[in-house]
Write a protein that binds this ligand. Structure first.
Ligand SMILES: NC(=O)c1ccc[n+]([C@@H]2O[C@H](COP(=O)([O-])OP(=O)(O)OC[C@H]3O[C@@H](n4cnc5c(N)ncnc54)[C@H](OP(=O)(O)O)[C@@H]3O)[C@@H](O)[C@H]2O)c1
Length: 152
């Protein structure tokens, strides 16, 4: 399967890409193509060094969506709403998996701050009526995702 990870240069993106890339084609999306290519190269090297074959490319968020069967939204909540607005013309038949958890840091600790709709995925679905939005992976810590010894 072809999977786009939007914001795939980030902490969760790295964990998902390195776990999926031995079985799927991964497109790391970013606002900055050079940053995406560097991240893709780093993830590929990590897997190759461990003896795995993989296919990971870096590109813009838009091109990643255009190439993929499934897109994973892996950017912070406020960024997600702006990004969706930009990607609306190219998000059509794909499934969009949203990892987004709206959190605000207040006095050194994080607070869950859901939108009026009840959760981030419902807001996103509202903005993208024709797209199949799936809400998933919210309770997977990037630290565990990036550690191949965790979760098998
Ligand atoms: N961290 C966790 O353990 C965890 C666990 C479960 C769910 N989540 C959710 O997963 C999502 C990603 O979390 P993360 O920790 O990986 O986030 P992150 O590392 O802070 O950011 C991910 C990527 O988002 C992009 N980004 C940042 N600001 C942006 C903006 N203003 N506009 C567009 N893109 C922007 C950046 O990519 P570019 O600069 O390359 O564009 C960045 O590399 C979040 O919604 C979070 O709530 C996180």
């Amino acid at each position: 399967m072809k999977i786009a990870i939007l914001g795939g240069t980030g902490r969760v993106g790295e964990g998902l890409a390195t776990r999926w890339a031995t079985r799927h084609n991964i497109y790391i999306g970013s606002r900055d193509v050079e940053k995406a290519k560097n991240a893709a190269c780093g993830y590929s090297c990590r897997l190759t060094d461990q003896g795995f074959e993989c296919q990971i490319d870096g590109t813009s968020n838009k091109e990643a969506v255009e190439k993929a069967d499934v897109a994973v939204l892996s950017v912070p909540f406020e960024a997600a709403l702006d990004l969706i607005e930009c990607l609306r013309p190219v998000l059509k038949n794909q499934i969009l998996i949203s990892l987004v958890v709206p959190m605000k840091k207040e006095n050194g600790s994080f607070e869950y701050t859901p939108p009026e709709e009840g959760c981030a995925a419902l807001r996103i679905q509202h903005l993208l009526p024709g797209v199949k939005v799936v809400s998933a992976y919210h309770n997977l810590s990037y630290r565990k995702l990036c550690n191949p010894d965790k979760y098998g």
